[in-house]
Design a protein around this ligand. Structure first.
Ligand SMILES: Nc1ncnc2c1ncn2[C@@H]1O[C@H](COP(=O)(O)OP(=O)(O)OP(=O)(O)O)[C@@H](O)[C@H]1O
Length: 331
């Protein structure tokens, strides 16, 4: 079902009925995204949560058109980029960047940090046209090191000389080189020690304030998501099941799946009394999702209707949206 983004008229990025299917042999089709609609306002941090395989990374990649969605639309700053030819997409790509989980894999180990961070500045023309001079690039590199909290001397060194947290700072510097407006961060702290995670999350928040960035922040760790997000989208089997203000979603979950994710946190950082027991069993296959509500096979409060009638996202009085016939908060 198509649901138009309902937020303010000019989100920085919006997805409408986004679909991504993969053929996985023997005529089978895997629905990694099954009709996702959302919008992200300027300056907002949208946290994307859900178990492994629910489609978070696929959504992030489709939003930036790093992969071509199978259906639906992505609109960036008013331009429909879904089928925009690469030539016309290229200038917009500078404004949308991605930071990945694996800080090492994203960096060529044989090149110095200065080269790695300068690369986007060398391959993309300057805003007014023409190529950046060496002096301009050097000045921008110095600025970027300051922004991400690395010493200037880092520019002359190689990625393996840094810790995981420092390497993630290098990746962030590279992503910021062209002054993007949107950053999609895909589990950017998941591979880091907990103490370092907090520093990198703080860096993301600081950069957002200083540069007016907008984030889509993918993370399975609810504590991280709670710290950084203004809104949260909870995904299950390729669909959004709950979407709303971070405080509401994480403190008074409306969807039994959200509640179960919260209850599964070993040292709960959010309210857990009265929530259903932690999730049992695995996520069903996205090749053959359950009929009706796709969560009914694991839902502690499912009733007969849930087995046959797929719920669509609908608004609750507090402004959030939930895809559940029997939400846990009053409607
Ligand atoms: N290139 C591909 N070919 C086939 N299936 C794919 C491909 N990429 C992703 N998938 C499948 O699409 C579904 C969604 O994957 P995705 O990586 O987006 O989930 P995720 O929520 O980001 O999980 P994780 O946290 O493990 O990265 C999964 O079932 C995955 O196996």
């Amino acid at each position: 079902m198509t649901r138009l983004p309902v937020d303010s008229p000019a989100p920085l990025i919006a997805a409408q009925d986004l679909r991504m299917t993969y053929r996985v042999g023997r005529g089978q089709v895997l629905r990694a995204l099954d009709g996702v609609s959302l919008s992200v306002q300027r300056g907002e941090v949208l946290g994307l949560v859900g178990e492994s395989g629910c489609g978070k990374s696929t959504l992030g990649r489709c939003l930036l058109r790093l992969v071509q969605p199978s259906g639906g639309r992505v609109v960036f700053d008013g331009t429909d980029i879904t089928t925009l030819p690469e030539r016309r997409l290229r200038p917009l790509r500078q404004e949308m960047q991605m930071v990945f989980q694996d800080s090492y894999a994203a960096l060529n180990p044989r090149r110095r940090v200065g080269d790695l961070v300068a690369e986007p500045l060398r391959v993309h023309p300057a805003p007014g046209g023409g190529w950046r001079s060496r002096a301009d690039i050097a000045a921008r590199l110095a600025e970027l090191m300051d922004l991400v909290g690395l010493p200037q001397a880092a520019l002359a060194r190689y990625p393996h000389e840094f810790s995981g947290g420092q390497r993630q700072r290098i990746n962030i510097a590279r992503a910021l080189a062209l002054s993007p407006r949107l950053v999609v961060a895909d589990e950017p702290v998941a591979a880091l020690d907990v103490s370092i995670q907090a520093q990198i999350v703080n860096l993301f928040m600081d950069l957002r304030d200083r540069l007016g960035l907008t984030y889509v922040f993918v993370a399975h760790d609810l504590a991280v998501v709670r710290q950084i997000s203004t809104r949260v989208a909870v995904m299950y089997l390729g669909a959004i099941v709950e979407l709303g203000e971070a405080d509401a979603v994480l403190h008074r979950p409306a969807h039994p799946y959200t509640a179960a994710l919260i209850a599964a946190v070993p040292e709960p950082v959010v309210r857990t009394e009265g929530l259903p027991p932690p999730l049992r069993g695995d996520v069903p296959s996205p090749i053959a999702p359950p009929p009706g509500c796709r969560f009914h096979t694991r839902c502690p409060v499912a009733r007969d209707r849930c087995r046959v009638d797929p719920p669509t996202l609908r608004g609750l009085p507090d402004g959030r949206e939930v895809a559940c016939h029997y939400p846990l908060v009053e409607t």
